[in-house]
Design a protein around this ligand. Structure first.
Ligand SMILES: [Zn+2]
Length: 305
């Protein structure tokens, strides 16, 4: 955290105390291809992408079937890259009653952009998702939770581009991302009512902050522990907890990148076969609603209360 970052966070405003959130959780999916991941970025370059097998359609349809069985409506943060190549998939997600949101154009971390480049990236991605579906896109999630204190201007860009919320911060420290000083509850980073930041869910256990939003941890940890962290994180914050996953996490048939470092392969491939069963079980533990409905709407309504 830079001193600049500390100053920015001191301007952050919590949501109004009058806000009441429903007793539900959020199931979110970051829609990207199996090769558009940090784990392979030093093995498969962007120049290789066009020659690799696309698997996102059938992976997403498997998730859609699972959510349909469980009667869960979620939020899908899609890459513009995917929307451009698979518009029917984007439209199918919308038709099944899920919320469509934006995950940037091609999974570039925000801090690699200038402000202008970031503006172009989110405008293009948002337009592609909206054109494919006819839906309004209001939410944004930074690739690899890369919204850092040094690029707080990203919130101004998102607000100007017509987003009403972002879900781009993990309020703890991991080896790849995280902003431990960030609030754990939804907050207004650049002025009340301008854009809402909805941080990922964290659980305090034995004096430590642990990631509780699913992701790779839910796949790698035993089910009972992943579920416990998620539920405990929800209880501690009093706000709907945010679960997230990627389409490639339930596809054991995807190509195996043997040249990637051992730890990257372990994190990417372990636990894929068991994941659908764990997801179905988790879906049965609570009620669920799209992020915009259960957190963003009440937060904006709380401003008027
Ligand atoms: Zn991603």
């Amino acid at each position: 955290m830079t001193s600049n970052g500390a100053h920015l966070l001191s301007n952050a405003r919590p949501v109004s105390a009058a806000t009441s959130f429903p007793d539900v959780n959020v199931f979110s999916v970051d829609v990207e291809e199996w090769y558009q991941v940090g784990a392979f970025e030093n093995t498969l370059g962007r120049g290789d992408w066009s020659g690799l097998e696309s698997r996102v359609e059938h992976q997403c349809h498997a998730i859609l079937a699972l959510l349909d069985d469980a009667k869960v409506k979620g939020t899908f943060f899609c890459l513009g890259w995917v929307a451009e190549r698979h518009p029917l998939l984007i439209s199918a997600i919308h038709k099944q009653g899920h919320e469509l949101a934006c995950h940037g154009m091609a999974h570039e971390r925000i801090f690699r952009f200038t402000k202008d480049e970031f503006r172009q990236d989110v405008h293009r991605a948002k337009a592609l998702i909206e054109d494919a579906s006819g839906a309004s896109v209001r939410g944004y999630r930074a690739p690899s939770f890369s919204l850092t204190a040094d690029i707080w201007w990203a919130y101004d860009v998102l607000a100007e581009a017509g987003f009403s919320y972002s879900s781009s911060l993990y309020p703890l420290k991991t080896d790849h991302y995280g902003m431990p000083d960030a609030p754990r509850k939804p907050f207004w980073p650049v002025g009340e009512g301008r854009i809402l930041e909805v941080p990922m869910t964290v659980c305090n256990l034995f004096g430590r902050a642990l990631p509780a939003s699913g992701g790779g941890y839910f796949r790698l940890l035993p089910y009972m522990l992943g579920k416990y962290l998620f539920q405990k994180g929800r209880e501690q914050s009093g706000v709907p907890a945010i679960f997230y996953m990627h389409p490639w996490e339930i596809d054991p048939g995807q190509p195996y990148i043997g040249e990637a470092p051992w730890l990257s392969r372990f994190r990417h491939y372990t636990g894929q076969k068991a994941l659908p069963g764990k997801l179905s079980a988790l879906c049965g533990t609570s009620q669920w609603a799209p992020l915009h409905d259960c957190i963003v709407k009440p937060a904006y309504a709380g401003l008027e209360a």
